[in-house]
Design a protein around this ligand. Structure first.
Ligand SMILES: O=C1O[C@H](COP(=O)(O)O)[C@@H](O)[C@H](O)[C@H]1O
Length: 268
């Protein structure tokens, strides 16, 4: 079961994006709905443009994507047309348990036939600054090769689908409330060496790139996120407060929040 909040009222809260809040009875129901949403968008983008660029997060998201690697989607999705990127990555070896690549590989990528040449992991031999510059340079190459388009509106690369999580402090990607990276307006990919959530060295897409995407799913489950969800989607913050990073997610296309009952429990 789910309810859909008024898209119009949410559009006010989130600037330009059409925003929908989907609330489900359980995390299992979120996983089922997220798989259908992702498979439907895969079919749509592959039909319209021949491929789909999918940008992953780390954290709980990968487990919540588990239904996508089961029947019927495992067989029906055209995995050969998927391009995989990371909205943020920890600058650790790709074999480390802290790596978002390893998390995605173990829980998702190893279970479906996405060509390895379509999977854009970071270069884990570089410094945080070097890895961010390298990832941005590789994105620029994909733009020149016409594999990733630029947004006509922003001039930043335009990804089809971003699957984002949110931390209890309201962070998305590795854009944290009290760190300057969230205000970056020029770079496509930046780095942080003092992430408040370990491990400290990370790279991250910037907001101009995140908000140039076509579709974004914010996937948030668990009671520990209820207060933050209520700030982002319900009561907001006192006037003149600095918004949480999650409140600044506003893609060019549609934003859909996938919440389980616990995460939505403080919303009125
Ligand atoms: O550190 C990170 O945290 C966020 C949120 O993770 P979650 O476990 O609360 O879902 C995640 O989206 C990001 O990719 C990751 O690097």
């Amino acid at each position: 079961t789910n309810f859909i909040a008024s898209p119009a009222s949410m559009a006010l809260a989130h600037g330009k994006s059409k925003t929908t809040i989907l609330k489900f009875d359980s995390e299992e129901d979120v996983a089922v709905a997220l798989a259908k949403y992702t498979a439907d968008l895969s079919e749509k983008y592959i039909r319209e443009k021949g491929s789909i660029s999918v940008v992953l997060s780390g954290g709980t998201l990968i487990d919540t994507m588990r239904k996508l690697v089961e029947s019927p989607y495992k067989e029906s999705v055209d995995w050969s047309k998927w391009l995989i990127f990371w909205v943020d990555e920890r600058v650790v070896p790709l074999t480390s348990d802290d790596s978002n690549y390893k998390l995605a590989y173990d829980g998702f990528l190893s279970k479906v036939p996405i060509p390895s040449s379509n999977i854009y992991a970071i270069n884990d031999k570089l410094s945080p600054e070097g890895a961010a510059k390298d990832y941005e340079a590789r994105l620029k190459h994909l733009v020149v090769s016409k594999i990733i388009p630029l947004s006509n509106a922003s001039g930043f690369p335009k990804f089809d689908l971003m699957l984002l999580g949110m931390g209890p402090d309201g962070h998305v990607a590795s854009l944290f409330p009290n760190r300057p990276q969230r205000y970056e307006k020029k770079r496509w990919v930046t780095f942080i060496t003092d992430s408040p959530k370990p491990p400290p060295p990370r790279i991250t897409f910037t907001f101009p790139v995140i908000n140039s995407s076509s579709d974004i799913a914010m996937v948030v489950t668990g009671a520990e996120l209820a207060d933050t969800v209520n700030i982002a989607l319900g009561d907001g913050l006192p006037p003149d407060s600095i918004p949480l990073p999650s409140m600044e997610v506003s893609p060019e296309g549609e934003l859909k929040w996938f919440l389980d009952k616990d995460a939505a429990s403080k919303l009125k």
